[in-house]
Design a protein. Structure first.
Length: 378
């Protein structure tokens, strides 16, 4: 399941996308790159154990330091009171065994808690207590001192033990300002505020009460307005959030930077000047590349360019954000996604071409650019 559900509807920037194979590298006087600056939010739904392990190791070899994935309540507790951990275990194991730091994201709820068939629908207000219990249970398993790390699990591709790599940060939802499925909690600041407050309380009263609470990645030009509305709905927001997250999708890297600056300004104006900012999703697609078949909805999307343009935008974006990281307090930036999905798969409009690898597994120029910037190996 793609993590950027409605980005294409939230974009309001204007600009012309054109492919260029060159860019200006960061100067020698550029600020030091934060340790975990380079990350990935890949879409690996359906990958078997061997493939998932290989993908994560490839991401690590390319220079990424962290990876983001969903923790789906609908899978863990499909039947109330019965817990299934296998799928979630796989992602923690693959990340730990490859040496990647995990950013787990709580999202979705079972039908008995949401009243809807969608797996990404949040719980109704009456089921928020069960959501809080789920959050505590997950942290007790995968957080510091968690039971998972003590049970002798093996890596997905070998008999080696999964190294202890507990999560110290937990994200609450994905793009809550544009999601369609909110049960009886509308896609508003008030609706998301209830979920966020419940999760923050659960984390604060969990086995790891000092774990970082990460805002669900907001997206689109309306993200700063939603943040202002969230402060109105949740006056104690600065106590509930340790890290802000913005999906910096825009038509050009400069527009991405402009959006981040406005978001940072909004946070600063509400007393959050010291809080860190992450970008857990950003991308441009190569759907305009000749010789490859992409859906019209991807070719005609505002984030579409060709492969040379995708490479240029990736390099330009990372250089801009590295140079502006100190002022923004920006510490992490993840590309979405890894590999282009099959055309038959239902996903977001630009996601068909946002991977740094083609559908056949061959690498695009953007991957070589990412590796060069991140100091990795092809």
């Amino acid at each position: 399941m793609a993590l950027c559900f409605a980005v294409c509807f939230a974009l309001a920037w204007s600009g012309h996308l054109s492919g260029s194979p060159t860019t200006t590298p960061a100067s020698a006087s550029s600020p030091a790159v934060p340790k975990y600056f380079f990350g990935f939010t890949p879409d690996f739904g359906g990958a078997n154990d061997a493939a998932l392990s290989a993908y994560y190791k490839h991401i690590k070899r390319g220079g990424a330091r962290w990876v983001r994935f969903g923790v789906y309540w609908w899978y863990i507790e499909k039947t109330k009171g019965t817990f299934t951990w296998h799928s979630t275990d796989r992602y923690f194991a693959a990340a730990a065994c490859s040496g990647l730091v995990a950013l787990p994201m709580f999202i979705g709820s079972p039908r008995w808690a949401s009243g809807r068939s969608s797996t990404i629908a949040p719980p109704t207000q009456t089921h928020l207590p069960e959501f809080k219990s789920l959050v505590r249970r997950v942290i007790a398993r995968y957080g510091k001192g968690g039971s998972y790390w003590k049970q002798g699990h093996h890596c997905l591709d070998s008999t080696a033990r999964v190294p202890r790599s507990p999560s110290h940060s937990w994200q609450v939802w994905n793009e809550p300002n544009v999601m369609d499925y909110y049960g009886d909690q509308q896609a508003t600041a008030r609706g998301y505020g209830r979920i966020l407050t419940a999760a923050a309380n659960a984390i604060n009263t969990s086995a790891n009460p000092h774990a970082s609470k990460v805002l669900g990645g907001l997206t689109g030009s309306g993200a700063p307005d939603f943040l202002r509305a969230l402060y109105n709905a949740v006056p104690h927001l600065n106590s509930d959030v340790d890290v802000f997250d913005l999906h910096a999708y825009a038509t050009t890297p400069q527009h991405s930077l402009d959006l981040l600056r406005e978001f940072r300004h909004t946070a600063n104006a509400h007393g959050a000047r010291a809080k860190r900012l992450w970008v857990s999703e950003v991308a441009w697609s190569s759907c305009k590349q000749s010789g490859h078949s992409y859906p019209a909805k991807c070719r005609n999307n505002a984030l579409a360019t060709n492969e040379a343009g995708q490479r240029y935008y990736l390099m330009r974006m990372y250089n801009l954000l590295i140079n502006n990281a100190p002022a923004l307090r920006l510490r992490r930036v993840a590309w979405y996604s890894w590999k282009d999905p099959p055309v038959s798969r239902a996903t977001c409009r630009f996601c068909y071409g946002s991977g740094v690898f083609r559908r056949d597994g061959s690498r695009k120029p953007a991957w070589s650019a990412y590796v060069s910037l991140a100091g990795g190996r092809l």
